[in-house]
Design a protein around this ligand. Structure first.
Ligand SMILES: [Zn+2]
Length: 305
């Protein structure tokens, strides 16, 4: 288990198309101080307003997770947050020149690849966790999320779609940076042609193409092939990990999500955080240990960093 806080060893600079706005959006990830948490900055707006990653600033909608302080917003933060949670990153400043995080190929692969290309840096402070200490359940219609105490973070996700390529799929995983990269990060988002066309007509999707997602019609796949047969449920797990990171603190416990989406994920985690009997906010180390332990020195693996 990771015991120290972690940030980036160098700046990561990315650019891609935003599917909602259709704009090219630049995103720069920068190392941040100990205890800084995750902070977004809208660099394209006057005064470059900062929006901290805090539960009250996160909204779950049907199609995406949105960060908003009530005046300024950033759409589609979930895949980037998933990569940060999965890789164990605690402190980072995310500068965004636009209203959303680009979707890239619909997975979290580009974030993982670019972050790891420059390496991570351990920091001399205990990692902070949201620890589940008592079972807690949230239901919404057919959807259900169950939180239970556990060592580390374990997730189980079940989806069911009446579609020949999907049907019922389930995945359970002990989450750590290695399993995240191998099992989750590559899984792309998916959508149904009818639904996407409807949203395009309404002007809700100004960008977006067959390169940004797995697109399905009622019979099968409209573009390319699946990376794995159960890519759909793996992407749900990717989304869940991003949505569970609304505090910017890693979650410790077991999370079982059934027939859920962003809306229920965010509602469930917000309810959990306000239930004092169910969670504890804790450090990974007793404070005194920090006087005796020094984090190993991080090295950049990529010469361009
Ligand atoms: Zn997603």
């Amino acid at each position: 288990m990771q015991r120290f806080q972690q940030t980036l060893a160098a700046i990561v600079d990315l650019e891609g198309e935003g599917v909602f706005s259709g704009q090219r959006v630049r995103v720069v990830l920068e190392p941040a101080e100990t205890d800084a948490g995750v902070v977004f900055v809208r660099e394209d707006l006057p005064g470059a307003p900062r929006i901290a990653l805090r539960p009250e600033n996160v909204l779950g909608t049907e199609g995406a997770t949105v960060l908003s302080d009530g005046r300024h917003s950033i759409y589609m933060v979930e895949h980037l947050l998933s990569a940060l949670h999965g890789l164990g990153i605690d402190n980072v400043v995310i500068r965004v020149w636009g209203p959303e995080i680009p979707l890239f190929d619909g997975s979290a692969e580009i974030f993982v690849r670019e972050i790891l290309a420059c390496g991570l840096k351990l920091q001399p402070a205990a990692k902070r966790f949201v620890e589940i200490i008592r079972s807690f359940e949230v239901r919404n219609g057919v959807g259900r999320i169950l939180f239970r105490p556990a060592e580390g973070l374990t997730i189980s996700v079940r989806i069911a779609f009446q579609h020949p390529l999907i049907g019922e799929q389930e995945i359970s995983l002990r989450v750590n940076p290695i399993s995240y990269q191998r099992e989750i990060a590559f899984a792309r988002t998916f959508g149904f042609k009818e639904d996407l066309l409807r949203r395009k007509e309404k002007g809700l999707l100004k960008g977006g193409s067959l390169a940004n997602a797995i697109v399905l019609d009622e019979k099968g796949l409209l573009n390319g092939s699946l990376r794995v047969q159960d890519e759909f449920v793996r992407h749900k797990a990717l989304d869940l990990l991003g949505d569970l990171f609304v505090t910017g603190w890693a979650l410790k416990g077991e999370v079982r999500a059934e027939l859920s989406g962003h809306k229920l994920h965010i509602e469930a985690v917000k309810n959990l955080l306000t239930a004092p009997e169910a969670v504890r906010f804790s450090d990974g180390l007793p404070a005194v240990a920090l006087f005796f332990l020094t984090p190993p020195r991080a090295r950049a693996i990529n010469p361009r960093c």
